[in-house]
Design a protein around this ligand. Structure first.
Ligand code: NAP
Length: 330
C-alpha cells in the first residue's frame, strides 16, 4: 500500500511559510508491527504552533528536516495489531501530514461513537482545552468582569468569549473585518466587537470597556497587547495565550511600552501552555461537551480539502483567511 506524505524541508523562522518548506514523498507501507494500528487519516488540524515546531523554538519535542510534518488528526482504523483498538474505530492522535499513519496503540485515543470526529480537533481538542484552562485557570474571570479577547473570531478566541459569557462576564472581542465581528456579536453573543483592521484599537477598547478590562485573553501580542495594557482595570489578569502577530517577523518588536500599567493597576500578566493541564483534560472535555450538547457553546469549522492543499492550508491561519477552526479533509 502506498502512502503520500509531506516532509519538513525548511525552517521558516522570521518569515512566512514558503512552498519549498515542505516536500512530498511516497512510501510503500510494510507489515504492521505487533501493538500498532494503521489509520486512514481523515481530517487534519492546523494550528499556528505547527510553524513554531518547525522552527524548534523550544516548547515541543524537536523536529528534524525530512521528518513527516507533525499534526493532530482523526481517522479510521484500517488494520489493528493492538488488543484495545478495532478495525473501523475512529481515533485521535498525532497522525501527521500523510494519508496513512502507522502508530503504536498507546499514541491513539479511540473516539466516542455518535460524536462528530472533528469536534475532537476543535472544541473538544487542544483548541477548546486551551480556551478552558487559559480563561478559567489563568484569567480567573468573576461574574460582572469585563473580558476582552484578541483573535476573537479564531478557533480558540471564539470559545474563550463564549466561556466568559457562561461565567457571567461582559465580553468584547477584537477581530479582523466586518464579517468576523458581526459573527461574534450576532451569533456568539459577544457584547461588542472591535475590528482592529479599521478601528483605532486603544480608543475602541476604551469605548467598549468603560470600566477597564478585568481579563485580557491575548492571542495576538504586538501593538494590540500594548494598546490593551493601557486600558486594564485594577487587579486585571492579562493571559498570554499566543502572539500570532510576531510569528512571521524577522525582527521582534521591543516589549510593550505600556507594561508599567501592570504596576499602577496591580495587575498580573501570565503565560501558559495547555499541555500543563494534561491531567485534567478529560474533566474539562466533559464540561465542554455538555455545553456543546446543550447549544450553549457554538463553533465554526473551516474545512479545506485534498492532500495537495495541506501546506497552503497552514498559511491560512497566519493570513487570517480561516474563519473558524482550520481543518483539512483528506
Ligand atoms: P485561530 O485563532 O483560529 O487563527 C489565527 C487567527 O489569528 C487568524 O484567523 C487571524 O484572525 C489572527 N491573526 C493572524 N495574524 C494576525 C495579526 N498579525 N494580528 C492580529 N490577528 C492576527 O488559531 P488558533 O489555533 O485558535 O490559535 C490562536 C492563538 O492561540 C495563537 O496565537 C496560538 O499560538 C495560541 N495557542 C496557544 C496555546 C497555548 O497552549 N498557549 C495553545 C493553542 C493555541 P483575524 O482575521 O481576526 O486577523
Amino acid at each position: 500500500m502506498d502512502n503520500r506524505q509531506w516532509l519538513i524541508n525548511g525552517n521558516p523562522k522570521g518569515r512566512a511559510l514558503e512552498a519549498n518548506d515542505f516536500k512530498q514523498q511516497t512510501v510503500t507501507l510494510g507489515n504492521l508491527p505487533q501493538g500498532s494500528v494503521r489509520v486512514r487519516v481523515a481530517y487534519l488540524s492546523f494550528d499556528p504552533s505547527q510553524k513554531g515546531q518547525m522552527e524548534n523554538i523550544g516548547y515541543a519535542a524537536a523536529t528534524e528536516m525530512g521528518q513527516v510534518m507533525r499534526a493532530s488528526g482523526v481517522g479510521e482504523v484500517l488494520e489493528s495489531k493492538a488488543q484495545n483498538i478495532n478495525v473501523g474505530d475512529w481515533v485521535l492522535g498525532s497522525l501527521g501530514w500523510q494519508e496513512v499513519a502507522d502508530l503504536d496503540a498507546s499514541e491513539l485515543e479511540v473516539l466516542e461513537q455518535g460524536v462528530s470526529p472533528t469536534r475532537f480537533l476543535g472544541p473538544l481538542g487542544g483548541t477548546g482545552l486551551t480556551a478552558f484552562f487559559g480563561l478559567f485557570r489563568v484569567g480567573q474571570p468573576k461574574p460582572g468582569d469585563t473580558v476582552l479577547v484578541s483573535g476573537a473570531a479564531g478557533a480558540t478566541g471564539s470559545i474563550v468569549g463564549q466561556l466568559a459569557k457562561l461565567a457571567g462576564c461582559r465580553v468584547v472581542g477584537i477581530a479582523g473585518g466586518d464579517a468576523k465581528c458581526a459573527w461574534l456579536v450576532d451569533e456568539l453573543g459577544f457584547d461588542a466587537a472591535i475590528d482592529y483592521k479599521s478601528d483605532k484599537v486603544k480608543s475602541a477598547v476604551r469605548a467598549a470597556c468603560p470600566q477597564g478590562v478585568n481579563v485580557f485573553f491575548d492571542n495576538v501580542g504586538g501593538s494590540i497587547l500594548n494598546d490593551v495594557l493601557s486600558c486594564i482595570a485594577l487587579n486585571a489578569r492579562v493571559v498570554i495565550c499566543g502572539g500570532i502577530s510576531r510569528y512571521q517577523e524577522a525582527v521582534l518588536p521591543p516589549g510593550p511600552a505600556n507594561y508599567f500599567n501592570l504596576v499602577f493597576r496591580r495587575a498580573r500578566m501570565e503565560g501558559f501552555l495547555v499541555t500543563d493541564y494534561k491531567a485534567e483534560f478529560s474533566t474539562a472535555r466533559k464540561r465542554l461537551a455538555t455545553w456543546l450538547d446543550t447549544g450553549q457553546l457554538l463553533y465554526k469549522e473551516d474545512i479545506q480539502e485534498g492532500f495537495e492543499q495541506i501546506p497552503q492550508t497552514l498559511q491560512r491561519v497566519f493570513d487570517g483567511a480561516n474563519f473558524g477552526k482550520q481543518l483539512l479533509k483528506l
